[in-house]
Design a protein around this ligand. Sequence first.
Ligand code: CP3
Length: 348
Amino acid sequence: MSHDRFLKALRREPVDTVPIWIMRQAGRYLPEYRRLREQAGSFMGLCQNPELACEVTLQPLRRFDLDAAILFSDILTIPEAMGLGLHFIPGSGPHFHHPLRTTAAIDRITVPDMADDLGYVADAVRLIRRELDGKTPLIGFAGSPWTLATYMVEGGPSKTYQHIKALLYNEPQALQQLLDVLARSVTAYLNMQIAAGAQAVQIFDSWGGVLTPQAYREFSLYYMQQIVARLEPAPDGSTVPAILFTKGGGAWLQDIAASGCHAIGLDWMTDPRLARAQVGDRVALQGNLDPAALYARPPIIRAQVAATLDAFGPAPGHVFNLGHGITPAVDPEHVAALVDAVHEYGRT
Ligand code: CP3
């Protein structure tokens, strides 16, 4: 009965064992991913071709007994559809040809047409659902407005957040205007994924942790809350659980739990015992093994899994995951050890 463990755990219902999926479970640590990526020529070429996106989504499920699939795509599809000109620089990550550096540039940003500009994502979701055939649930996802705005204003990865922080302090209303357009875009985007068959959604707030507590509530959590409140039910009428993952958000769990989300993703800096004590039974928790633990030998990985499961305790509502995405250097054999250890030790 592994097919519904994940959705049950998100609803905090009892499960036979703890479900697991892994952030970035499809990706460069898999040789079969690297081969297909080579053939496609580019990462966006993979994302924009529904057959290839479907194939990459399924690759980790063929190797490991994972309890959920996650759509193969990227959070930056929305800024790309807004015309910012996404490209990847090897060794440096995602960049935009046209970063938003003026309030005039922000004024020109509008919600993309979902069917015309992002319809390939819905096509991929439909194809993946057909291939999964009810055996494994499918997670849809998007970036948080704050995280997308950070990439759009900085123009790429940043260590100082110079441009977005200057905008936040100098022109908070311009930033709020941008975040509002992004929140409406993400809402339409996730609702498109839900209509196409996504059975849970995760919002990745990768940069929320660089904000002050007050700014986090005002510039990140507020907009995620708007999105969660506007998510539509699945085509069968069921509620689609929303998972909020703020990297660096461990100090704000009570606020996040009050946002209306169904589950909170914890990074590895957060103590699961304290997290559970803070949120009680209001939400499910997801996480939070240190991704770097996968560099260790399998017996050590098994011990770390046991310690993590003990820290989450026996309360229902735990989905096992890493505290952030899996890294390219990880040995797939170590992932197999992780998944098996979670299912073995998590058995109740
Ligand atoms: O989890 C999954 O398996 C689903 C696919 C997925 C990808 N990106 C595939 C990807 C998901 C959920 C994402 C989310 C994403 N993308 C986030 C939020 C999660 C996080 O890690 O905090 C962010 C910040 C991005 C932006 C982005 N896209 C980055 C930083 C990179 C890596 C760039 C690099 O050169 O290291 C990407 C590209 C990307 N997205 C890859 C994959 C598999 C690697 C592309 C390649 O093949 O080179």
